[in-house]
Ligand binder design. Sequence first.
Ligand code: PLP
Length: 358
Amino acid sequence: MAMAQAGTGSSPRLRSTLDAVPVYVPGKTAASGWKLSSNENPYPPLDGVLEAVTLAAGRMHRYPDLHGTELTNRLAEHLAVPAPHIALGTGSSGLLQQLMQIAVDPGDEVVYAWRSFESYPIATRLFGAASVEVPLTGDEAHDLAAMAQAITDRTRLVLVCTPNNPTGKALHRDELERFLDRVPVDVLVVLDEAYVEFNTDPHCADGIELYQERANVVVLRTFSKAYGLAGLRIGYAVAHAPVAEALRKTAVPFGVSTAAQSAALASLDRQDELMGRVADLVTERERVYEALLRQGWTVPESQANFLWLRLGEQTSGFADHCRDAGVMVRPYGQDGVRITVGEPQANDALVAAAARYR
Ligand SMILES: *Cc1c(COP(=O)(O)O)cnc(C)c1O
């Protein structure tokens, strides 16, 4: 019988698909200075939210409510959708993996725009599926016509990120509807709306409206960005019952902690205050956008809490320059740099650094 010998240094045989999985690169944390590299909300938790989490921490010896019943009902009311259409997850990153679990078999194809959220290739390849990456248009938006054309009979999942991370461009309702009309009904389409709260363009699509009449559309949202709960890991999907149910089946049991559920509930109670902060960030976004334009940079209009500079070969040079000026931004290979909109002082530091680069 052939058996690996103990102590020879050989390692256990793991799935070969892992070799094709890129490693997630988190935004760098500034030892001192400003972190504008991870699209986080710069504001600390609101009083009521911190209290709710503190209370929940006192119950950490108990498992959380498996399905987050109270939060699910609350979200259903907030979004005006049926509660069975909601599936909670450990951030939308958790739900993204679950979407792969429910929709793709090895060898199937997943279509998404590129460049877009870096978790897409990771999640796709983790499940042995093939990435079909459709280049963005010249103005940094999803090329929906090309994406529709890229769909084959092997396609099981299409990921649409709007506003798109890292370019900030958002899709209009009419173009997205035309696209959805072209996607076969047995192909699941994910509308990743991680930044929807920052979107001020009235022509833009709202996934919650779009999914209503479409059995194959699932909307992903998160409490990580506008709601400022990135560290607690909580997001949700909205989809028709069969899809939402499948997502609940594939969830890591008790993954969404009581602290996360409580914080989300408390945040929904403080919606006005939170959205006031979002409005301030949008004002800052416009201020930084204008300042960069005045300096001569090419900046796509962003509907999110970040701005994108396509810098090509200068990408890492610019990121290093900002770091030396005390501002961490997020470089992407030789493509460009994503700059999160932070507190006014951080944004001032970024604008000043950008001015000195030229
Ligand atoms: C940040 C982000 C997410 C959400 O991440 P969480 O796992 O919810 O923290 C999802 N999609 C995109 C495009 C993002 O940028």
